[in-house]
Design a protein around this ligand. Sequence first.
Ligand SMILES: Nc1ncnc2c1ncn2[C@@H]1O[C@H](COP(=O)(O)OP(=O)(O)OP(=O)(O)O)[C@@H](O)[C@H]1O
Ligand SMILES: [Mg+2]
Length: 338
Amino acid sequence: MSLDGKLLARARDRLETIRRENEADTRRRRETVYARNPKIREIERSLQETMISAMGAALSGCDAREALAAVKEENIDLQEQRVLELTRMGLPMDYLDDRYSCPDCHDTGSQGTKICHCLMELYREEQAKDLSALLKLGEETFDSFDLSYYSDSVNPATGMSPRQVMETAFETCLVYANKFSPDTSPSLFLSGAPGLGKTFLSACIAREVAAKGYSVVYETAVAALAKYESERFGRGDPEELRGDIRRLESCDLLILDDLGTEYPSVFTVTALYTLLNSRLVNRKKTVISSNLSMRDLELRYNPAIMSRINGDYSLVKFEGSDIRRLRRERRLTKQDDR
Ligand SMILES: Nc1ncnc2c1ncn2[C@@H]1O[C@H](COP(=O)(O)OP(=O)(O)OP(=O)(O)O)[C@@H](O)[C@H]1O
Ligand SMILES: [Mg+2]
């Protein structure tokens, strides 16, 4: 699983802020208690001194046992005094202890060599924010995908109704999302006319795969290819553009939406080749959605691109009537009924 460096850095920054806030909170609690009861400050100072003495005794080598035992006893005694004072003030005995948002890593973000679950949670939140252009309303889930929008009258040419075709498309996307593995999953090519739910199902896949902790990036083909163009022609911040291109080429799953809506030029075709080829070389998966059929693709792109799409992408066909239009009509019918 490759984590996105930019998102991980953002997650670490947030954890650092949480850690600092907890520290500031502990300082504030201490100051308030010291102001009300200066004796507690003295006890805590003495406690620190006992720690230093304990270390000195341990390092002194020759027969430190007796000295250590004395220090330990003094330490326990001081701790008891502190508990007594706090209880007198009506405060819990651990009131002055350091507090951590994550008890497992003490807000450091790692447990040994492993990333702590709390940092992964923040990472997932950053990823969801990053995908917000795609998941904007948050209503697109596999559960809310409505098959009744697709007609069940059989197309004599294919012997299948749009609903049957879409049942297969839905099932394919659902299984893909649930079983996603960067090693074994294929890439997908979602093909069909406008308004049939391609972006909808891409969003569902993105949400599920991101929730498993994989790095997922959503970009329209126009925006993705424009990054290559800007980088090539020195427009914009080169460092940032290179970072964006790296993410496009190396995230675990790229959702490349609306392929074919970009301006057709030698440059965009070359950029698309670079993007798709880099993802193949990096062994990363891509979900492309497009209004273009395989035939249209052949006319538009070069054999090198087609060979990669034909070889590594599973075709998922979308059929039916434009749901944007159907929804508009349903709304109008409702208004007329009133
Ligand atoms: N099966 C469905 N159930 C409920 N709403 C749907 C369904 N499919 C699509 N929609 C809704 O219809 C609208 C169009 O869907 P979407 O944007 O996914 O189409 P598209 O195939 O990506 O179209 P385009 O090719 O124009 O990008 C969206 O508002 C989407 O939420
Ligand atoms: Mg779309």
